[in-house]
Design a protein around this ligand. Structure first.
Ligand SMILES: O=C(O)c1ccccc1NCC(=O)[C@H](O)[C@H](O)COP(=O)(O)O
Length: 229
């Protein structure tokens, strides 16, 4: 398919020309202000802050504030949680300028909606099953992040799932994640034509340490796909 599926609110579906569409890029698990600034100036659309204490990429609120302060305008700040206490999410939201929530665990739709913020829901592609069943279960999500983890396990593993399972007719923005790197992201975008791609370990020199050269290579590979379309 040489284009991107889009469904209007009326239900009318079209393929948007590949030339007029740009796959967005989110760099997840940023732990240092200088890496956030680098990511943004290299062209990242969003950065993810991991608020899951068992993650090697977990940030405390002071570090998160420093990362946010390093960002220029028009870069989305995403706060990632995995089965958090509601009070913790509320505390993060009250202290930090968060644009979007990302729920990576078994959170119910009512829980995700309870903060009255836009949110995306991670779909565990390590499980069999139709991703569109998740889309139907979370009608208030503004997008879905397809990651290679199984239910109950964390993301950021660097593992790849079968891209043939990405639906082309979900009717909502899909964000591909899981084991993407500068070596494979071009193929992933060409094959699945997602709304966005999300990367963590594939642009790191060590867990939690983003590598500016790998981030640059990753973002270049994504834009190269569109220049060749
Ligand atoms: O990154 C983590 O440590 C993490 C912990 C708990 C839940 C989710 C987590 N990461 C999710 C992600 O960073 C993204 O989904 C990512 O793009 C996928 O990671 P990777 O395969 O390393 O690119």
């Amino acid at each position: 398919m040489n284009g991107y599926p889009f469904k209007f609110s009326s239900g009318y579906a079209i393929i948007v020309s590949a030339k007029s569409f740009r796959t967005r890029v989110k760099i997840c698990g940023v732990t240092r202000p200088e890496h956030a600034r680098d990511a943004a100036h290299l062209g990242a659309d969003a950065v993810g802050l991991v608020f899951h204490e068992r993650s090697p990429r977990a940030v405390d609120r002071a570090t998160a504030q420093a990362v946010i302060d390093a960002l220029p305008p028009f870069v989305t700040v995403v706060a990632l949680f995995q089965d958090p206490q509601a009070a913790f999410v509320r505390q993060v939201l009250s202290e930090l300028r968060i644009d979007l929530l990302q729920f990576h665990g078994d959170e119910a739709p009512e829980f995700c909606e309870g903060f009255h913020r836009r949110y995306i829901k991670a779909i565990p592609m390590g499980e069999s099953g139709d991703p569109k069943a998740w889309v139907a279960r979370y009608p208030s999500a503004v997008g879905f992040l397809l990651d290679s983890h199984s239910r109950g396990t964390s993301g950021g593993s660097g593992e790849v799932f079968d891209w043939a399972r990405v639906p082309h007719d979900a009717g909502v923005p899909l964000i591909m994640a899981g084991g993407l790197s500068p070596d494979n992201v071009g193929d992933a975008v060409k094959q699945a034509r997602p709304f966005a791609v999300d990367v963590s370990s594939g642009v790191e020199s060590a867990p939690g340490v983003k590598d500016p050269q790998l981030m640059a290579a990753f973002i270049n590979e994504v834009s190269n796909v569109h220049q060749a379309d």
